[in-house]
Design a protein around this ligand. Sequence first.
Ligand SMILES: Cc1cc2nc3c(=O)[nH]c(=O)nc-3n(C[C@H](O)[C@H](O)[C@H](O)COP(=O)(O)O)c2cc1C
Length: 206
Amino acid sequence: MPVPKIAVIYYSSTGNVYHLALGVAEGVEKAGAQVRLRRVPELAPDTAIDTNPAWRAHLDATADIPLATHDDLRWADAYAFGTPTRFGNISAQLKQFLDTTAGLWAAGELSDKPATGFTSAINRHGGNEATLLALYNTMYHWGALVVAPGYTHPAFSAAGGNPYGTAHPSGNGHPTEEAMEAARRQGERLARITARLVATPDAAVS
Ligand SMILES: Cc1cc2nc3c(=O)[nH]c(=O)nc-3n(C[C@H](O)[C@H](O)[C@H](O)COP(=O)(O)O)c2cc1C
């Protein structure tokens, strides 16, 4: 049986989405898939980053995580994308990376692959769902197969019941154990569904 290959690609300025990305990656591995954990490049100038010590500290602490490349997108059978909520939308940093993929998209390298998303806003109702739906717009254009958590495991309800993807309201700090468990289960679900597709490549949609 081929081992599914999954790229977990995220942006995080102060660590919340980073922690969720670790959880998703852990779930992917637990389900027997291979994972590449990648961050997208920071775009903000140092003058902005240095206004927030948590932002600077997180950027420095995660400098050794490889940056996402097109090779990661080609390599992967499936994707998990994470982004903080930015005014109810995805972050410019992740969007910039997605906006470099037109060539891959035109070559058909991004289609027929499962994809899922996760996010963090400071507020429970601060735009988490809008952010995930905005992220999925790109996935639809790619011809990806959106794998949302739905309510397929009690962990998703326990983490707040967002059926579009794990979402952590960060007002009280970094992800709770409930949010981390939802992230792990989301990674597991993505890996399990991807395993079915890579086992029967001829069944890919066209
Ligand atoms: C420019 C900007 C816009 C933001 N917009 C929202 C928002 O629309 N709703 C919200 O609840 N939080 C918003 N936040 C807060 C972040 O989404 C929140 O702190 C998130 O947990 C950060 O994730 P990170 O630690 O992975 O960077 C915003 C923060 C910034 C800097």
